[in-house]
Design a protein around this ligand. Structure first.
Ligand code: ATP
Ligand code: MG
Length: 326
């Protein structure tokens, strides 16, 4: 076969230029969240009986899967379940009050506000928003608790700590490349959303799907064009109708015995929590169609006779900002 016109190096350069959050920015964001966490830890130590237990940095910036376009930083705040108000609105206001008390001199109280299903801390100088997501906690050593989902307000029994471990395991198995492919997939999702306002593919699902492809050896992550081709090929081949689950923290026999939803990508921590529960047949079809279009474009790129033609094909996948290296 003729030499590829768009190569691994082209995609790697694009990642550095456009896709990835620069390391210095990620480090400074993590530092900012660490400062908040440490301040809360010392407030808890000084105030026995304080109802907030601890804080964990839980989103993509913590996992290393953030894109340059990231604008929310997720932290989970663990609250004592028996002390927390039952009703969501009251719970969030109650948490906001306690955060204002804990951060007294550090953050102006007006910067801490109740938002949809979470409490938001806004930093005026940097424009950064930190979403504080409650976890109702009863002391589980694996940090399991009821997470109030930011997107839906659902109470999900899970552990963001074990999710971080789950991601760290895959990063150890395939350093740099697995997480880079996750970022490309999230970038692709962003492109699809721009083309079709109804397209949905949650980051957590994308991450779990990439973990499945790594665990099963279905995709070569060290070659980015091949990895993306393998990702789309999986979706097209299975119609995204195959159940995806993991044996890290429970046995396969604990999963539901019958199919429950249009897409099944189970939380690695809780076999009763399908992370794709809110996706219907139409959502599934949209994802399969988009994957098919991208797979066709990658196939076509392989037969391109000029670099410009191959780049145009890859722009179907990665958008018009993709240019290929000079
Ligand atoms: N349905 C869910 N079930 C269990 N945990 C979830 C679910 N959705 C999100 N989470 C938890 O929240 C974390 C953040 O997930 P989310 O999908 O919001 O994206 P993210 O990784 O922060 O990506 P980004 O914000 O860059 O899109 C996940 O790592 C997981 O711990
Ligand atoms: Mg996030």
């Amino acid at each position: 076969m003729a030499e590829q016109k768009v190569t691994h190096d082209d995609l790697a350069a694009f990642a550095q230029r456009a896709v990835n959050l620069p390391k210095a920015v990620a480090d400074s964001r993590r530092q900012q969240v660490n400062t908040l966490r440490d301040k809360l830890t010392s407030h808890i130590a000084e105030n026995p009986g304080f109802s907030l237990v601890k804080m964990l940095h839980a989103g993509s910036v913590a996992k290393g899967t953030a894109l340059r376009t990231v604008n929310d930083f997720d932290v989970a705040v663990y609250v004592r379940n028996d002390e927390a108000p039952e009703q969501e609105g009251q719970l969030l206001e109650w948490i906001a009050e306690r955060l204002r008390a804990a951060y007294g001199a550090l953050i102006d109280p007006s910067q801490i506000e109740v938002s949809t299903h979470c409490v938001n801390i806004h930093f005026k100088s940097s424009g950064i928003d930190i979403d504080v997501v409650p976890v109702l906690y009863e002391g589980d050593p694996g940090d399991r608790g009821y997470l109030i989902a930011k997107s839906s307000g659902d109470r999900l029994l899970t552990s963001v700590r074990l999710h971080l471990d789950f991601v760290a395991d895959r990063k150890r198995t395939c350093p740099q490349d697995w997480v880079q492919v996750v970022r490309f997939v999230k970038w692709w999702v962003g492109e699809q959303k721009q083309r079709d306002g109804q397209f949905r593919f949650k980051s957590f699902m994308a991450e779990l799907l990439c973990a499945h492809l790594l665990d099963t050896g279905a995709v070569t992550f060290t070659d980015y064009p091949a990895a993306l081709e393998g990702f789309f090929d999986y979706i097209v081949r299975t119609d995204l109708a195959e159940r995806i689950a993991f044996a890290d923290y429970y046995r396969a026999t604990e999963l539901p015995s019958v199919r429950t939803d249009a897409i099944e990508i189970f939380d690695p921590v809780n076999p009763a929590n399908n992370a794709a529960r809110l996706y219907d047949e139409i959502d599934r079809k949209r994802i399969v169609d988009a994957a098919e279009e991208s797979l066709d474009a990658i196939t076509e790129a392989r037969y391109a006779t000029t670099k410009a033609q191959a780049v145009a094909c890859w722009q179907v996948v990665l958008g018009s900002r993709f240019r290929g290296q000079a």
